[in-house]
Design a protein around this ligand. Structure first.
Ligand SMILES: *[C@@H]1O[C@H](CO)[C@@H](O)[C@H](O)[C@H]1NC(C)=O
Ligand SMILES: *[C@@H]1O[C@H](CO)[C@@H](O)[C@H](O)[C@H]1NC(C)=O
Ligand SMILES: *[C@@H]1O[C@H](CO)[C@@H](O)[C@H](O)[C@H]1NC(C)=O
Length: 578
């Protein structure tokens, strides 16, 4: 049966390969152009299309492995092409997660799921901006690697890095320390969260690539024009296999099986991943059974309450679940009341300031206690994405307006309406961050001189960690909580930019910021954050000490919060800064 099936399959399906890219290729505009307001009269607005294109360009700059001929990022080279050699599996390719050279499956999976969801809801924005071919190659570069990382049903590689030297290596992509080590989860070393997270990414993206998929209805438009039935089927088979693995193996947090990843990407639970994987699979396979599994898990584990005041990010997907449920239930003409109630309760509490785990900074950035100290923009931008996505389904026009306004307030802050006059996106405007914490972009060659020298290459589209709780931003390369870039940081910007491409003729905020405005308000001294402890004037701690502090803080946090499941936030990227 199988050989026959394989023989007939290509003939019986519409075969569409990767979309070909525009010629000449899209290249992000000079930052100076980001300070030139348009007359604001046309859709698509050229500044928003440039921002969307820059976000996709960022992912191209983060590529690992052998780069293809159409690579647009001239300053990147082939790198670590032997990844996986230690385990006899080809694990070359994929993306470097952040400012160094680690490849990590858990945050990558969230990033891919997030981008594909945006491609379903606001995909017309990619089409209108002529960016769909770049969306296609961005997704495939990640998904193709994720398939390599899943070479058999019950094996998933979750980390590729050099366990000993990465922390001290600050240099280009040609001299990345080797040998690198590949860490799997499997039946004897399981990881429910990461297996389910990868399943969710595969299922969401399968739906986006599926020729038969339909939009969530008005006012969402058509998904991005990525249609490839074979690819969708392949993604789906990985999704099913990983979902089964997650459910049949012993339940475990993956960093218990792979302690090497605990400092950077520890997980705080797996119910959210299992639930959202089941829900995406329900949508991708039109399965009531999977929908019921997701609903049962949500109910039994009280996810609505568990995630009520938590943030949305790579580790914490709970807040997205009622929103996706509301979309699927509406599409299937089921009763969506419960999901809308849960989604609105969560979102209303944020706007009305009712949660006790977050507040607004003086200038109006949504700030989560603890979590935002490690990266303030990401939780706010993920929230903005959720507000913007849910708003069309709101129970009244008043609620819809309120949610849209909130989404807008956060995005506008990120794009430059803040006391620093800094758009927290590299290359968007002359006031954009000039010292992103990215080893390849910096051009530097020594961790000891990390702050020296002008940044060699502009990492267009990279969203950085962001300002502190007082809205202060210091633009110091070694200050990784503020200046590091990461795959998951830019993901919600893509979705929000695509939405603005569709419907917004006015420019992103930063076009009104002239060069040099940041220099007028640049804060004195040094920051007060996990990389630069508060009492200093002192030079920053060496990295080993930073990591040690991260771990100590985490342990204290666990004690203080008495084993409450959300202690994971303190572990957040405590060593990624590196
Ligand atoms: C890529 O290689 C070129 C030529 O050797 C080098 O100048 C450049 O810095 C390299 N890029 C990175 C990110 O190391
Ligand atoms: C799971 O992975 C670990 C670490 O590589 C290995 O020691 C173990 O043998 C693997 N177990 C199975 C069932 O493959
Ligand atoms: C999905 O399943 C339902 C029955 O549960 C069926 O009525 C509907 O036509 C199916 N939709 C698609 C797109 O296959």
């Amino acid at each position: 049966m199988l050989p026959l099936f394989l023989l007939l399959f290509p003939l019986s399906q519409t075969v569409l390969a990767q979309l070909s890219r525009p010629d000449p290729p899209f290249i992000p505009q000079d930052p100076e152009e980001g300070a030139k307001p348009s007359d604001g009269s046309s859709i698509p607005n050229a500044q928003w299309t440039n921002l969307l294109g820059s976000g996709l360009y960022f992912y191209e700059a983060q590529r690992s492995g052998v780069l293809p001929d159409d690579n647009r990022v001239g300053w990147r080279n082939d790198s670590v092409t032997d990844d996986g050699e230690d385990v006899g599996t080809d694990l070359s390719g994929g993306y470097f997660d952040a400012g160094d050279y680690i490849k990590a499956t858990f945050p990558l999976s969230f990033t891919l799921m997030s981008i594909c969801w945006g491609g379903i809801d606001f995909g017309e924005g990619y089409n209108m901006a002529n960016q769909t071919p770049y969306l296609d190659s961005t997704l495939r570069w990640g998904l193709d690697w994720l398939m390599k990382a899943h070479p058999s049903d019950n094996t998933l590689y979750v980390l590729v890095s050099d366990p000993h030297k990465d922390d001290d290596y600050w240099g280009g992509d040609q001299d990345i320390p080797t040998p690198r080590h590949s860490y799997p989860i499997n039946e004897s070393s399981p990881g429910t969260d990461v297996a389910a997270a990868a399943a969710a990414a595969f299922a969401a993206c399968s739906y986006l690539y599926n020729t038969d998929r339909i939009s969530f209805g008005s006012p969402y438009g058509e998904p991005a024009s990525l249609r490839d039935t074979n690819y969708a089927e392949t993604l789906l088979s990985h999704a099913e296999s990983l979902y089964t693995f997650a459910n049949t193996a012993d339940k475990a947090l993956y960093h218990e099986s792979v302690p090497e990843i605990a400092d950077s990407y520890a997980s705080s639970g797996y119910e959210d991943e299992l639930t959202i994987a089941a829900l995406w699979l329900a949508l991708a396979t039109n399965s009531s059974e999977r929908y019921q599994e997701a609903e049962d898990m949500y109910t039994e584990r009280h996810l609505g309450e568990q995630y009520l005041d938590r943030l949305l990010n790579w580790d914490s997907k709970g807040p997205a679940i009622p929103v996706l449920f509301a979309q699927v239930a509406s599409l299937w003409e089921r009763d969506a009341t419960r999901w809308k109630e849960d989604a609105e309760r969560y979102l209303n509490r944020i706007v009305d300031g009712e949660g006790d785990t977050y507040w607004m900074t003086p200038a109006g950035l949504l700030y989560y206690e603890g979590e935002s100290d490690y990266d303030s923009i990401n939780p706010a931008l993920n929230a903005a994405m959720l507000f913007a996505r849910y708003a069309p389904m709101a129970s009244s026009d008043e609620v819809r307006d309120k949610f849209e306004e909130f989404a807008d307030s956060q995005l506008t802050y990120v794009l430059g309406r803040n006391p620093m006059s800094v758009p927290y996106v590299v290359g968007a405007n002359p006031n954009s961050p000039s010292n992103p914490h990215s080893a390849p972009a910096s051009g530097g060659s020594s961790i000891d001189n990390i702050n020296e020298g002008e940044t060699a290459y502009t990492l267009f589209g990279g969203v950085i960690g962001g300002p502190d709780r007082h809205d202060n931003y210091y633009d110091i390369r070694n200050d990784w909580p503020q200046t590091e870039i990461a795959l998951d940081y830019t993901a919600p910007l893509l979705t929000l930019a695509a939405m603005h491409v569709i419907s917004d003729s006015s420019d992103p905020y930063y076009t009104r910021l002239a060069a040099g405005e940041y220099d007028k308000v640049r804060p004195e001294g040094t920051p007060c954050d996990p990389a630069y402890p508060c009492d200093s004037g002192n030079p920053p701690l060496p990295k080993g000490a930073q990591i040690a502090i991260g771990v100590v803080v985490s342990v204290v946090g666990v004690v203080i919060f008495g084993g409450i499941a959300w202690y994971g936030w303190l572990l957040r990227r405590s060593s990624v800064g590196k």
